[in-house]
Design a protein around this ligand. Sequence first.
Ligand code: NZQ
Ligand code: ZN
Length: 396
Amino acid sequence: MENFNYYTPTKIVFGKGTESQTGQLVKEQNCKKVLIHYGSGSVKRSGLLDRIKASLDNEGINYVELGGVVPNPRLSLVYEGINLCRREGVDFILAVGGGSVIDSAKAIGYGTANDGDVWDFYDFKRQAAACLPIGAVLTIAAAGSEMSSSSVITKEEGLIKRGYSNNLSRAKFAVMNPELTMTLPAYQTASGCVDILMHTMERYFNQSDNMELTDGISEALMRTVMKNAKILKEQPDNYEARAEVMWAGSLSHNGLTGCGTDGGDWATHKMEHEIGGLFDVAHGAGLSAIWGSWARFVLDARPERFAKFAVNVLDIEPTGSSAEAVTETALKGIEAMEEFYRSIDMPTSFAELGVRPTAEQIRTMAEKCDIGTRHSTGIVKKLSVDDMVEIYTNAL
Ligand code: NZQ
Ligand code: ZN
């Protein structure tokens, strides 16, 4: 087991009707003025935004608001938010939405609390010294940003999608009512489930020795998400299934499933961010579109790990212990995972994703990914630009 730090300062308030406690939770933060940050309309349509405002009004909290965050959140709105926060003296940001809204809130928090261009942090130029405190009312189980240290922003100029991680941005609290996710389109629910799975799979596929407890937690989490994703396809209003998936979303990306490991691979994520940046696809759908291609490409570096995943997560019967048998079991696991993705209507190729990158675009994505990871994509197998071109191409 490797040494590790596990830092999860976020207070979780989970369950039915919990959004009514938002005003009280914000009040505990002792702030003067709040920015309520939200997306492109779902929180207005559902009435959630009005309920949140009423909850803040009840506690006599002053606020301004900024909506309009889109999936793959844009830097231009972040700048707008920073200007608004400075002008209005905002000292707390309440994100009401999904990963995109929370990530945008984190970027506004960095930009307001530090001088200079906020993009510098995403462009590896310097580290943030502070971040405005953030709270979240989560409306989609997916990115895990409500408990993670990350924020992923897209700079329109050059279509550059980059993540920045810093514990300063971890949310002070997250309100998580699974009922709020029942208005999600089926595609977003399924895409969220893929992202949750992938946050644990990225950590599971590593170059560390076995860590029994972390592996067990990870395998249980993955089995739980797969089971409940299938239930939600048939019964989108199933509260228990919504709740299992929502809690899994936070645990999948708060560091728990990486304790004692080298941190995991993350190549699929980094390569997907290039797809999201260029083609503006839903993050989870982009992940499932290329995962199988990545897995087959790196399989020979860790066949026993893939075989363990096949047996413990996908119930594949091992065919034996010889090298050939292990690889056969591993391959069956990859196929079963792709079959699961298809069973919840998630893509397993670019064609199924509805995107047709040209050879030139594929090379551009691979080169940008290489720059974005500072020439260090992948841990199971370290990937060169040519390797990534091959993985993208095999996923066409
Ligand atoms: O904008 P609105 O109208 O709210 O619509 C959103 C959006 O279109 C909709 N939605 C959300 N809650 C809803 C709802 N529609 C109906 N009812 C509800 N209750 O769903 C769509 C997707 O929302 P978004 O916030 O984009 O989803 P998600 O949470 O998947 O976030 C995706 C972003 O997070 C980044 C991704 O790259 C992507 O940019 N990630 C952030 C991470 C982090 N900060 O730790 C880690 C992840 O790996 C990921 O990279
Ligand atoms: Zn993700």
